[in-house]
Design a protein around this ligand. Sequence first.
Ligand SMILES: [Zn+2]
Ligand SMILES: [Zn+2]
Ligand SMILES: [Zn+2]
Length: 89
Amino acid sequence: MTTGACTHIDEVTTVKPPKELQCEECVKSGASWVHLRTCQTCGVTLCCDSSPKQHASAHARSSTHPVIASAQPGEQWLYCYRDDAFAEY
Ligand SMILES: [Zn+2]
Ligand SMILES: [Zn+2]
Ligand SMILES: [Zn+2]
C-alpha cells in the first residue's frame, strides 16, 4: 500500500481485524462509542474521534502505534495518526 509521505501504512501488509466489536476502554468504564478502530500494531480495538472518549487517538498518542484500521463492517481503510494519511485497501 502506498500513500506517499507516510511509511507506516506501507508497513501494514496484513490488516488486523477487530477481535471483538467493542471498545476495550469504553467497556471498562461503561461509556458508549460511535465507531470502532483497530490498532494495526497491537490489535487493540478502540473508539473513533467522533466518540466521547476518543480512545483510539489517545492510544496512538500515548503509544508508538500510528496506524489504525476501521473496524466497521464493510469499511476497508487505514489511517495514520502521525502523518494524517488515509488509504483504502
Ligand atoms: Zn504514517
Ligand atoms: Zn472508547
Ligand atoms: Zn496499539
